[in-house]
Design a binder for this molecule. Structure first.
Ligand SMILES: Cc1ncc(COP(=O)(O)O)c(C=O)c1O
Length: 375
């Protein structure tokens, strides 16, 4: 069995036989059926699409291998996967999460806390003692995200997991911006890994998807699978087919984005119109030491630039790039730029531009950002 992410991804689904049998295609066929035959000689691996289907299983087998887990579940979006994890928390259970994380996920956690479904404690991941203070003996779930969106702060997964486990909590890591090419949270002790597969896994900005990978097939995992089956939040057949196609090149695309992001960060760190560049690969970044240990295959394709001149100048720059599209999201082949303070519900510097570096020529990207900053 291959262990290298490039090999696993490139051959994803290549050996899978479809439920309908004799298919020797190098890539799996798309199976759109919502129901599956029963009877003598049939495996009955699939019954009804809401509970699982060949396309979903093929993605799940690949994700399990990539993150080194015992099993995976694919969802209709990252948020559907996050919601399933939250729904597995007992009524009134205690959830601990970082103050800086994907704002949509935090908004949903807050909404669940507002109606008394969970008790939520947010901790400052830049304060070394804050996580220990936030955890209690009653904590059910510790949600981590690293690097944290959009400041790209680093959480030491091994150290945080140890604290979470000492409190008896299940530890989940949102590793969307650090896929298994660079970080494997299960090997660092975490119980579950979360990816918004909308981002690097798919990589072509045309599929919404979420993936969870588990270290052990325990009761919580079974509960999460039941939630997905009951809610119908499994990924659809065509989207699963597209996702598999996208993820075959994920390691290649991610590595290229990392190299280009590092080059862009180095150039603009000293640009006269730039106050600060936030990128885990820069020695000046507060989380650089942790990143150097934890992100072994590259420091990511995401960076943020704090421009001089406040939000007015930041908005002007975001509207002046020609190659970077002024749009939200990340992890696609095309580069994006976004003024986060205009859209984000959690606090963010008003002069921050979040940049997702795609796979274009890095020199052309640097020239484009340069003209937008100086124009
Ligand atoms: C870090 C992170 N986690 C989770 C999500 C939610 O995923 P989705 O948009 O696939 O529902 C996003 C989406 O932007 C994200 O950036």
């Amino acid at each position: 069995m291959p262990v290298d992410p490039f090999t696993i991804a490139a051959q994803a689904g290549g050996t899978h036989q479809t439920a309908d049998g004799l298919d020797s295609g190098i890539v799996p066929a798309m199976q759109p059926s919502t129901t599956f035959r029963r009877g003598p000689g049939l495996t009955e691996e699939f019954i009804y699409r809401r509970y699982g289907h060949p396309g979903a299983v093929t993605v799940e087998e690949t994700a399990t291998q990539l993150d080194g887990g015992a099993g995976a579940l694919v969802f209709s979006s990252g948020m559907a996967a996050l919601s399933a994890v939250l729904d597995s928390v007992p009524m009134g259970g205690h959830v601990v999460a970082p103050m800086v994380m994907y704002h949509g996920g935090q908004d949903w956690m807050r909404a669940q806390a507002d109606i008394g479904r969970i008790v939520l404690t947010l901790f400052n991941s830049d304060d070394p003692g804050a996580l220990e203070q936030a955890l209690t003996e009653a904590t059910d779930l510790l949600w981590l995200e690293t690097p944290t969106n959009p400041l790209w702060g680093l959480i030491d997964i091994a150290a945080a997991t140890e604290l979470g486990h000492a409190a008896g909590a299940t530890v989940v890591v949102d590793s969307t911006v650090a896929p298994p090419v660079t970080t494997r949270p299960l090997a660092l002790g975490a119980d579950l890994v979360f990816h918004s597969a909308t981002k690097y896994y798919n990589g072509h900005s045309d599929v919404l998807a979420g993936i969870l990978i588990t270290k052990v097939l325990d009761d919580r995992w079974q509960h999460i699978e039941t939630i997905r089956g009951s809610h119908g939040s499994i990924l659809g057949a065509f989207d699963a087919w597209l996702l598999l196609r996208g993820l075959r090149t994920m390691p290649l695309r991610y590595t290229r984005s990392c190299e280009s992001a590092a080059a862009i960060a180095a150039v603009f760190e000293h640009h006269p119109q730039v106050e600060r560049v936030l990128y885990p690969g820069l020695a000046s970044h507060p989380g650089h030491d942790i990143a150097a240990r934890q992100m072994t295959g590259g420091f990511g394709g995401m960076l943020s630039i704090l421009v001089k001149g406040g939000s007015t100048q930041a908005l002007r720059v975001a509207e002046s790039t020609r190659l970077f599209a002024n749009a939200t999201s990340l992890g696609g082949v095309e580069s994006l730029i976004e003024h986060r303070a205009s859209y984000q519900s959690t606090p963010v510097p008003e002069n921050l531009l979040r940049i997702s570096v795609g796979i274009e020529d890095p020199d052309e990207l640097i020239a484009d950002l340069g003209q937008a900053l100086s124009g």
